[in-house]
Design a protein around this ligand. Sequence first.
Ligand SMILES: [Zn+2]
Length: 227
Amino acid sequence: MHFDNHEIALLDNFLIDVEKSSLSGLSTMEDLWMIADAESKMLIEEILQLNPLDFEFKGKKIKEESIPDDVVAIDNSKYAQDGEYALFKKSYLPRPVYAAFSKMGEEFTKSYPSRVLLVGSGYRSPASQVVTLVYILAKIYNFDINKTLKRVALPQYSTHSSVSETAIDVMNVDGEPKDEDSLAFKDSVEYEWLKDHANNFDFYESYPPNNPDGIMWEPWHWQYKSN
Ligand SMILES: [Zn+2]
């Protein structure tokens, strides 16, 4: 799939409209289509029809779950920068996932008293996953869909859209991972610590190097799994 100038303008304008809107990580597809004009909607639907296997994405579809009611809103905006995490002002986590993450964060801060584990991105409804995908396509990969789908999953495949097993993109107080060099997060003390301790809190690194899902190494992406 290749985007011409007109389509690029449509998606750029769509992102501007998102920014002006009150869309959040809890928004529905109906909310999303309210702010997209007919042409952008068609184009975005075309992207959503893509088969991830054509892009070497081998992740499984997640269980379909409705947007959760019992969530905790997290406002990390004072750390957020221009970029991915400025997309939505707040992050949301289902309450049990929040509880586990908080416990883990407290433990981390005992080892590193001047640092905290932040939530760069938590639960994302399918609609907000669509926004994230368009954002990464436009702003990070310059409309290269092949690269984009190595970094961000289509909505039915995103572990950020799982309610019972939500993935969290961890951010540190230095605002890492940063868009321009996200992989540098692998050298952070946060990543070192998470590798040794996150499993004790039921969080798992979803996309280590050479993962079977065919996704790039994402040292910041930790999925909650309780069982
Ligand atoms: Zn993630």
